[in-house]
Design a protein around this ligand. Structure first.
Ligand code: SF4
Length: 142
């Protein structure tokens, strides 16, 4: 198995600079996008370097690309990823946290470390945690 060669700190910096320049250029083309080969030429890269750059930006979720045909050749158009339009799904199992007393506490908004209502000294939370631990210990003993 071949070991991956890590770029040096200087190489990483220049890669980051190159990515930042590429993102600026792609962003400047807005909704029209930019042909992948135009980006390479603008940055002074060859097609191999340009492809790698585009793939890195894609992997990071910073750009999107659409296949297209330009002057009879298949290529891609690159666009800045519109993060705000991306759907975000977070699965939360509410059953495991719904019984925490803070969720129904009238002082939740005023509760913070060092405040009058403080989770580190709250007897309601401490009692709930103690009862929870006791139940877990009991269940583990069975
Ligand atoms: S720590 Fe106590 S006071 Fe603070 S929100 Fe939870 S139950 Fe309420």
């Amino acid at each position: 198995m071949a070991a991956a060669i890590e770029p040096s700190v200087g190489e990483k910096k220049s890669l980051e600079d190159l990515e930042a320049k590429a993102l600026e250029i792609i962003k400047a083309h807005g909704d029209e996008g930019i042909y992948q080969h135009e980006l390479w030429k603008t940055l002074g890269l060859d097609s191999r370097e340009g492809s790698r750059l585009a793939l890195r930006l894609l992997k990071k979720g910073l750009i999107t690309r659409e296949p297209t045909v330009h002057k009879g050749r298949r290529t891609y158009k690159l666009f800045i990823a519109k993060r705000s339009k991306q759907a975000v799904t977070i699965d939360i199992k509410i059953g495991s946290v719904i019984e925490v007393p803070c969720f129904s506490c009238k002082n939740l908004e005023r509760c913070h470390n060092g405040g009058f209502f403080d989770p580190t000294t709250c007897p309601v939370l401490a009692n709930w945690l103690a009862a929870k631990i006791a139940r877990l210990k009991q269940a583990m003993a069975v």
